[in-house]
Design a protein around this ligand. Structure first.
Ligand SMILES: [Ca+2]
Length: 147
C-alpha cells in the first residue's frame, strides 16, 4: 500500500482500523484481518469481546456502542487531533494503556469540555455519559490526549 493509499484510507469510510505505530505514524486497514496480518498479530478470536481487538498498550475508540464498527487506536503519549473522518464519531472506548488521559470536544467561544479516563478504563456507550452543556458525549470527541 502506498502512502497516498493510506492517506485516502485515513479519511475514508473504507478504513476499518486506523492504528498509530511506535513511530507515531498512522496506518489504516480495510479490515481487522488486514490489520492483524500487517502487524504480525494473531487472528482475532471468534467469540472474544471485540474490546479485546484493542491491543495491549493502546487506547482504542470505536464508532458504535459496545466496541463495534470502525476503530481508531493510539499508543504514543501526546495530543491526537482526530482526522476529519473520525471527528464527532466516537461512541465507545477502551484505554488498554498503563496511563490515563482525556477526550476533548472542541467548542467555539467557550471552554472545550474534557472527559477524563484512567488506565485500563473502558466505556461501552458514550451516549450514557453526561455532557456539561447538556446531552451526552456520543459523537463529540475531536481530540484524544494520552498521558
Ligand atoms: Ca466535537
Amino acid at each position: 500500500m502506498t502512502d497516498a493509499d493510506i492517506a485516502s484510507l485515513l479519511d475514508s469510510a473504507d478504513a476499518a482500523v486506523c492504528s498509530e505505530g511506535a513511530d507515531a505514524q498512522m496506518r489504516c486497514y480495510a479490515s481487522e484481518a488486514d490489520y492483524r496480518a500487517a502487524e504480525g498479530l494473531a487472528r482475532a478470536e471468534v467469540g472474544l469481546l471485540s474490546m479485546y481487538n484493542c491491543p495491549s498498550g493502546y487506547f482504542c475508540m470505536w464508532e458504535w456502542t459496545e466496541f463495534g464498527g470502525d476503530r481508531v487506536q493510539y499508543r504514543v503519549a501526546g495530543t491526537k487531533d482526530l482526522y476529519s473522518h473520525w471527528r464527532d464519531r466516537g461512541t465507545s472506548f477502551y484505554n488498554r494503556r498503563e496511563d490515563g488521559g482525556r477526550l476533548v470536544d472542541f467548542r467555539t467561544r467557550m471552554p472545550d469540555p474534557a472527559l477524563y479516563f484512567a488506565a485500563g478504563q473502558y466505556h461501552r456507550d458514550l451516549g450514557k455519559e453526561g455532557y456539561i452543556y447538556g446531552g451526552n458525549w456520543n459523537n463529540k470527541v475531536d481530540r484524544i490526549v494520552l498521558s
